[in-house]
Design a protein around this ligand. Structure first.
Ligand SMILES: Nc1nc2c(ncn2[C@@H]2O[C@H](COP(=O)(O)OP(=O)(O)OP(=O)(O)O)[C@@H](O)[C@H]2O)c(=O)[nH]1
Ligand SMILES: [Mg+2]
Length: 429
């Protein structure tokens, strides 16, 4: 659907359909560096648990929301940080997620790249806007590979932070379809706060526009106004029929014809034929007919003569019959089947996680060899003479999954492990 956002003066409250937000996920909690206390042993084995994962900021599409109003008064969102790990292998609590409820049809755009990174186009759709940082590992993990007692633990990873734009692409419930000048835009203006251009020449409307109407009972209804259709539109006459794609997902079509024209019902047949030529499915959708301009004499006279069921005479100018028309559209929308089969909620992630380059471990006659570029780079960078760097090296062994891979391969204390040209003895602490 085309954006409803146009900056122009309005009388009624405008629909808030765009917002800029900053989201920050929580940092992971730090891992714990603690040691078991055992009788007669001054320093037992390491038993520090992992830090908790930071909370994420997640957007969830809800049919209960109809605008991005909530984001115009608050633009910054921060999820909870993970708690640190503790001794006795106790894992820190995870940070609380922040779940932002947005209307169905909200698109998430990365402000830095202008890329649409998530499209929450059905109820229940979710997108992770900022992923929480992983918790740091406690020193309980660092007792293998190298002999020293691990008196350090990892810090948690920072949570993601992003500047995003939310844009509501409303999915219209009903579409106004009719010949040019029938008063479609006037009708949209009469039932909603939208202010489409209205003029007494054909093809005033060039871009589809949306408005939110409220029924007398207080129900909301999203209505789309599209350019007029003339005879031969399906063969390209006038602006053609391509605009009909904007009403393809609406549940109900509202045919609007000009009651002051010579032959409104002839107009109706023509428009229906064009819609049918465009898509028989669309033509078969539930519909209503509004004969507009009943404030003018020809339309008033026609009303007296007409016995057609389901035809409503209205005036976008005076408002006559308009509330009843809105109620009827709403009734039809409620009864109409959804235009598309419901899809299961999909989770979209902003940055697909890169598959970690897992190091390969080979068991050889003399021990274990770790291969892989990242493992070799690690060894090349490590200066194992310095204590500081040695600690760093151990942390990296875990980060790269080397320790886990070694254990998986069945490494035993005292076995020789070789990475690049470094050889060391595997010794759990
Ligand atoms: N008297 C009267 N005039 C109306 C009514 N509704 C619309 N008009 C006039 O009809 C003309 C066309 O109205 P629009 O709302 O622009 O018609 P449209 O169907 O959107 O036209 P396109 O965008 O060109 O397809 C304008 O001059 C309006 O002021 C009505 O109920 N009564
Ligand atoms: Mg128009």
């Amino acid at each position: 659907m085309a954006g409803a956002s146009r900056s122009r003066p309005t009388s009624g409250p405008r629909l808030v359909d765009s917002a800029r937000i900053h989201v920050r996920a929580g940092d992971g909690g730090r891992g714990s560096a603690s040691f078991r206390r055992e009788p007669f042993i001054p320093r037992g084995g390491p038993d520090g648990g992992d830090g908790g994962r930071g909370g994420s900021v997640i957007a969830v599409a809800s049919p209960q929301e109809s605008s991005l109003q909530a984001f115009s008064s608050r633009s910054s969102w921060q999820a909870g940080h993970g708690r640190p790990g503790a001794k006795a292998r106790k894992e820190g609590a995870a940070g609380a997620d922040v779940r932002l409820t947005v209307p169905v049809g909200t698109q998430v755009i990365d402000q830095a790249t202008d890329e649409v990174v998530a499209d929450l186009d059905h109820p229940g759709a979710e997108a992770v806007l900022a992923r929480g940082g992983a918790g740091g590992r406690g020193n309980v993990h660092f007792k293998s590979s190298v002999k020293q007692a691990p008196d350090f633990a990892e810090r948690g990873r920072p949570g993601e932070a992003r500047a995003l734009r939310l844009e509501l692409k409303l999915i219209a419930d009903a579409g106004l379809v009719g010949p040019p000048n029938a008063g479609k835009s006037s009708l949209l203006a009469a039932i909603s706060a939208a202010r489409p251009k209205v003029a007494d020449y054909p093809f005033t409307t060039l871009d589809p526009e949306l408005g939110v109407a409220t029924t007398p009972a207080g129900d909301r209804l999203v209505v789309a106004d599209i350019p007029g259709l003339i005879e031969g539109a399906s063969r390209g006459a006038g602006l053609g029929t391509r605009f009909l794609r904007h009403v393809e997902r609406t549940r109900v079509l509202v045919y609007v014809v000009d009651g002051a024209s010579g032959d409104p019902f002839g107009q109706l047949d023509q428009v229906r034929a064009e819609v049918r030529a465009y898509s028989p499915g669309l033509a078969g959708r539930p519909s209503l007919t509004a004969v507009n301009k009943v404030d003018l004499a020809p339309a008033a006279a026609l009303r007296r003569r007409t016995r057609r069921a389901g035809v409503r005479f209205v005036s976008a100018k005076t408002g006559e019959g308009v509330p009843e028309l809105v109620a009827a559209i709403h009734g039809a929308v409620v009864e109409a089947p959804p235009p598309r089969p419901a899809v299961a909620p999909a989770v979209q992630k902003l940055t697909p996680r890169r598959a970690a380059a897992t190091p390969a471990v080979r068991k050889l006659s003399w021990g274990y060899e770790v291969t892989g570029q990242r493992a070799r780079d690690l060894v090349a960078r490590a200066d194992l003479e310095s204590r500081h760097s040695f600690d760093w090296f151990q942390v990296q062994l875990h980060r790269l999954g080397i320790t886990a891979a070694l254990e998986e391969a069945g490494v035993e204390p005292g076995d020789t492990v070789k990475i690049g040209d470094l050889e060391f003895e595997y010794q759990p602490g």
